[in-house]
Design a protein around this ligand. Structure first.
Ligand code: TNX
Length: 522
C-alpha cells in the first residue's frame, strides 16, 4: 500500500531536529475513473483482458449499417493503422478468432432504454449488449475510458491496451445532454466543431446546439438569401473577418455528429439578436434602412420588424432551408432578450414562428421568454435565469435546463479567469457539478425536465483553445449531471475520477482549466 509522508524540518534553538514523521494511509486508488459514473459497476483489476492484434471486434451477420459503423469506430480506436480487425459472426467463428469484443443488439432488453448498454468483460473476451446502436456506442465509450489513456493517441508506438474484467450496466438519467456553441460572436471552423463533437461523444453527450446567428454574425448559408452570409457573416466581435458554414459544410457537420450519435440543433435567434440579418436585408427593418454591422457585445438593441410580410417571408425561407438539411427533430428560434417590441408584438411573432417551424415538421425550442405564448405541448423551453419556464412545465411542456449560475460555460471560473464573463456567477468545477436539476428550478420538477445543456457563449473566446479552456472540465461535470442518477453522484468521488482524465485530455490535445479543486494526475 502507498504511504504518504509529511516531513517538516523543525529548527529549535538553532539546532536542526529530525522531522517528526506523520504517516497517513493513502486512499485506495479508484478502480475506475469512468465519467459519467455508470449506474451499476463491478470490476476487478487482478484479472485482465489484453487487447492485441489477435483480438477481433465481432458483429452479427446482417446487422444494420449503424451497428457495423459502431464496430468500425471501435476497430479504428483500437488499431488505428492496422488491418481491419472486424469480423461478422456466423455462429462458430468466435472460437476460431479467439479473443473478441462482440457487439450484440438485443431489442428485447427494454430496461436498457434507448441509450443504455450492458457490458461484460472476461479475460477471453468482451460482450457488449444494447437495444440500439446508440446504446452500443455509449458502451464503446465506456470501454474507451477503461483502457489506458494511450488509446487516445493513435500515433503512439507499441502501446499496451488492456481492460479490467467485470460487469457494467448503465442507462442515462436524462434524454437531453447537450452543449451549445455560440459560433456567431466568434466563428468556429468545421474542423474545430468536429473536435468538440468527438470530446462530447467521450462523455456520452448527445445534443449539439449551434447558435448560428446573432447581432455580430450570420453563420449559415441560406441560398435564397445570399446577403445573410455575404454581409451578415463578414465580421465578428471586435471586427475582422467572420466566417460561415456553406450548406455542404453544415450537412457534413450534421452527418459527422450523427456518426457519434449526436443530434445537431440549429438556432436562428429571433426577433432580437438579429443585427447581422437587419444589416444584410433592409426590408427586415421597419424604416427599411439597414443598420451598420455590429462588433460590440451589447444585447437586446435589435429587432425584426415583426408585423411585416417581408419578415414572415424571411422566417419561412430560413426555417425551410435549414430544416431541409437537418435530420434532427428540433429547430431553436432563440426568442431571448427582446427589448424593442411590445409584449403583444413579441407573443404574436413567437406564435407565428411556431407555426412555421411545425409546418417544417420540427419541434420548436426557445429560450424561456417564449413561455407565455400559446405554445403547443411539443414545443420545448430552455431555462437560463429565474425565468418563466415553469409556465410551460405547468401546461405539460418539456424544459431543458441551463442555469446560468451552474451550466453557463462562458462564466469565469473565478475572478482571475481571463476569458469569459461574470454577470451570472463565477462557476468553479464544484459549482458546475454539485447541483441537482430536479430541485433547482421552482415549478420545474424532474418529470418536466428533458435534460441539461451547457451554453458556451463566445463574446470572449477567439480560438478553439479559448473555447476549450472554458468548456473543460465543466462540460465533463455537466455530462455526469445529465447522465448519472443523483444518488450515485458525489463531488469527492467525481473530483478524483476527473483528476485521472488529465492525461486523456492532454493526449486528445484538448485545452483545459487546471482547477485547484481537482487532484490532477499528470
Ligand atoms: C445572455 S443566455 C445571452 C447571450 C449572451 C450571454 C453571455 C441568453 C439566452 N442570452 O446573448 O451571449 O448572456 O453570457
Amino acid at each position: 500500500m502507498n504511504k504518504t509522508l509529511f516531513g517538516i524540518a523543525l529548527v529549535i534553538g538553532g539546532a536542526t531536529q529530525p522531522p517528526p514523521l506523520v504517516i497517513e494511509p493513502a486512499p485506495a486508488p479508484p478502480l475506475h475513473s469512468i465519467i459519467p459514473v455508470p449506474a451499476a459497476i463491478a470490476l476487478s483489476v487482478t484479472e485482465q483482458l489484453v487487447i492485441d492484434s489477435g483480438t477481433f471486434v465481432v458483429v452479427d451477420r446482417g446487422v444494420s449499417p449503424e451497428v457495423k459503423a459502431v464496430g468500425q469506430y471501435l476497430v479504428q480506436m483500437l488499431w488505428p493503422s492496422a488491418s481491419p480487425n472486424l469480423v461478422n459472426w456466423s455462429g462458430d467463428q468466435p472460437a476460431r478468432v479467439g479473443k473478441h469484443i462482440r457487439l450484440i443488439v438485443e431489442t428485447g432488453r427494454l430496461e436498457l432504454g434507448d441509450e443504455g448498454y450492458d457490458l461484460g468483460i472476461r479475460s477471453d473476451g468482451v460482450t457488449l449488449r444494447a437495444r440500439t446502436p446508440a446504446g452500443l456506442f455509449h458502451g464503446v465509450q465506456t470501454i474507451r475510458q477503461l483502457l489506458p489513456h494511450s488509446v487516445e493517441h493513435p500515433a503512439m508506438v507499441d502501446r499496451k491496451l488492456w481492460l479490467p474484467t467485470g460487469n457494467i450496466t448503465d442507462t442515462p438519467r436524462f434524454e437531453w445532454r447537450g452543449m451549445m456553441l455560440d459560433v456567431s460572436r466568434h466563428f468556429l471552423p468545421p474542423a474545430d466543431v468536429k473536435k468538440f463533437v468527438d470530446a462530447m461523444a467521450l462523455y456520452k453527450l448527445n445534443r449539439l446546439h449551434l447558435h448560428l446567428s446573432d447581432d455580430q454574425g450570420w453563420r449559415i448559408e441560406i441560398k435564397s438569401r445570399p446577403k445573410l452570409t455575404a454581409i451578415g457573416g463578414s465580421t465578428k466581435v471586435g471586427g475582422g473577418p467572420g466566417g460561415f458554414y456553406t450548406q455542404e459544410e453544415y450537412r457534413n457537420l450534421v452527418a459527422y455528429a450523427a456518426s457519434r450519435f449526436i443530434t445537431v440543433v440549429p438556432e436562428i435567434d429571433m426577433p432580437a439578436h438579429t443585427n447581422a440579418a437587419l444589416a444584410s436585408y433592409p426590408e427586415l427593418n421597419c424604416d427599411k434602412i439597414a443598420p451598420p454591422l455590429y462588433t460590440g457585445i451589447s444585447v437586446g438593441f435589435s429587432a425584426l420588424c415583426v408585423d411585416s410580410a417581408a419578415v414572415l417571408r424571411f422566417v419561412k425561407d430560413v426555417v425551410r432551408e435549414i430544416s431541409a438539411m437537418t435530420p434532427g427533430n428540433y429547430f431553436h428560434v432563440g426568442g431571448d432578450e427582446v427589448k424593442k417590441l411590445t409584449h403583444a408584438q413579441y407573443i404574436r411573432f413567437i406564435e407565428s414562428v411556431q407555426q412555421v417551424v411545425n409546418a417544417n415538421e420540427k419541434r420548436m425550442i426557445g429560450w424561456a421568454e417564449i413561455s407565455p405564448a400559446a405554445l403547443v405541448p411539443g414545443t420545448i423551453v430552455q431555462n437560463w435565469i429565474r425565468d418563466s419556464s415553469f409556465v410551460h412545465a405547468a401546461r405539460g411542456g418539456k424544459i431543458i435546463i441551463s442555469p446560468s449560475t451552474r451550466a453557463y460555460l462562458d462564466m469565469k471560473y473565478d475572478s482571475t479567469t481571463i476569458l469569459g464573463q461574470n454577470w451570472a456567477a463565477y462557476i468553479e468545477v464544484k459549482d458546475a457539478y454539485d447541483w441537482d436539476p430536479a430541485t433547482f428550478i421552482p415549478g420545474v420538477p424532474e418529470a418536466s425536465i428533458l435534460g441539461v445543456e451547457g451554453p458556451l457563449w463566445s463574446e470572449t473566446t477567439m480560438t478553439r483553445e479559448d473555447y476549450e479552456l472554458l468548456a473543460f472540465p465543466r462540460l465533463i461535470a455537466l455530462a455526469e449531471v445529465g447522465w448519472s442518477q443523483s444518488a450515485l453522484r458525489k463531488w469527492e468521488d467525481f473530483r478524483i475520477r476527473l483528476g485521472a482524465h488529465a492525461k486523456r485530455q492532454a493526449a486528445l490535445g484538448l485545452n483545459f482549466y487546471r482547477s485547484s479543486q481537482v487532484p490532477w494526475v499528470h
